[in-house]
Design a protein around this ligand. Sequence first.
Ligand SMILES: NC(=O)C1=CN([C@@H]2O[C@H](COP(=O)(O)OP(=O)(O)OC[C@H]3O[C@@H](n4cnc5c(N)ncnc54)[C@H](O)[C@@H]3O)[C@@H](O)[C@H]2O)C=CC1
Ligand SMILES: O=C(O)[C@H]1O[C@H](OP(=O)(O)OP(=O)(O)OC[C@H]2O[C@@H](n3ccc(=O)[nH]c3=O)[C@H](O)[C@@H]2O)[C@H](O)[C@@H](O)[C@@H]1O
Length: 446
Amino acid sequence: MRITVLGSGYVGLVAGTCLSVLGNDVICLDLDELKIEKLRQAVLPIYEPGLDSNVAEMVKVGRLRFTSKYEEGVAHADIIFVAVGTPQAKNGAADLSFIRAAAAGVGRHLVKKSIIVIKSTVPVGTAHMVKEIVEGELASRQRTDVQFAVVSNPEFLREGNAIQDFMRPDRIVIGSDDAWAVEIMRRIYAPLSRNHDKLLVMSPRSAELTKYASNAMLATRISFMNELSRFAEAAGGNIEDVRRGIGEDSRIGRHFLYAGAGYGGSCFPKDVRALVSAGRSLGIDMSILAAVDTVNNQQKTILFEKIASFFASRGGLKGKTIAIWGLAFKPDTDDVREAPSLALIERLLSAGAQVRAYDPIAVHTAKTALGSTDLVTFCSSAYEALAGADALALVTEYREFRTPDFDRIAASLTEKAVFDGRNLYARADLEAAGLHYFDIGRGNGV
Ligand SMILES: NC(=O)C1=CN([C@@H]2O[C@H](COP(=O)(O)OP(=O)(O)OC[C@H]3O[C@@H](n4cnc5c(N)ncnc54)[C@H](O)[C@@H]3O)[C@@H](O)[C@H]2O)C=CC1
Ligand SMILES: O=C(O)[C@H]1O[C@H](OP(=O)(O)OP(=O)(O)OC[C@H]2O[C@@H](n3ccc(=O)[nH]c3=O)[C@H](O)[C@@H]2O)[C@H](O)[C@@H](O)[C@@H]1O
């Protein structure tokens, strides 16, 4: 099928590439001309394992192209996927200005019967809004003869595992009341749900809410465990044992129960807040999700509090140097949006400390996010970050941090302290090397 994907950010690029791998003829469109120019030269705007080789192959076989022109993109397509950003507005709600602009762009150029598929995460009622915008544009062009359907098809991929998640989804949600559009969507996704019907058809509003409900549930599990980790630390208990103890209950399940330095990323924080905000507009008090956000904001300060408490009896943090391992909000991505590392670095700098940071992938994005400062030195290896540092904070659980040389860490750090924001290490290993060790909720409050 001929598909155009609006937005060549994370989701647009992954979806466009995977849809072309599935045999479709795809154009990825973005208003950012520099991004499009680079994509044409096979320079990707994001780091995602396996994406570059798939893009290169699809471009080579001619099933994937890039443009910044709506006229070209809309004329090409039978199906238009909308994957533009829906960032957080100042009041916490989802900012729909990119969605509105994309809908208007489609309406201005639509010439044949098409399906508009909303992949972006959008509030309940957005499919209806998009329909009205497109109808308005068609009316002003006196082209009300052009038929179209709007489908809600939220995306559930995770960064760092995006291609696998797109190609082997747990489920595919299709929100549509239009039998013709549903049939076309079934055909597009047929290769991904061949053996077992993973396609769930529902109303557009239910599909839109399903996406927020999914992210909100996952964020709730994390905040729940983070809150319990503080309880375990205060009361004397080990959150990792508790995690295993509850995760074996099949009604609870093992996934997404890891306490840590707080959740980050481009979606959980903004989507939880958007749902709280949408509830407020409807007169519904979303008190559970408001608490999920509050707990997470507190959790993002926990490493700083442990570090500040340790240094309080050692002359304070002023003039101290803290090494940081991991800047991305999770491993295998260069995304630092809402990353716990940024919250930690801001607090350390405010307290008068300096930072030596290392991340195998995300240094360039962290530099942009932090702006120019002499107080943060970006290093090219984990051990280089330790040179001249007083303590180490581990924020992102990259594989390469799993089994470090603890004797070497101890020899490098002046105050010999390790703050483990992901419960990656065994206390006995660090203490054997003469290190002070602080984790999240495993029974060692500072
Ligand atoms: N990043 C992720 O892992 C996931 C994101 N989502 C949702 O997908 C949507 C997109 O997210 P990302 O890809 O992360 O955003 P992004 O910010 O990486 O990319 C959005 C792209 O849209 C482009 N754009 C803006 N207005 C446009 C317009 N009118 N026409 C064409 N292009 C336009 C921007 O230039 C940018 O390249 C959001 O709603 C997000 O919540 C859903 C699942 C996973
Ligand atoms: O809507 C989205 O954008 C996506 O948001 C998340 O995906 P992502 O943000 O890429 O990453 P996750 O793996 O979910 O991790 C999010 C954050 O939670 C943290 N986390 C995760 C799991 C856990 O047990 N504990 C925990 O603290 C991670 O460190 C990370 O900061 C969802 O998992 C995807 O299904 C969804 O499509």
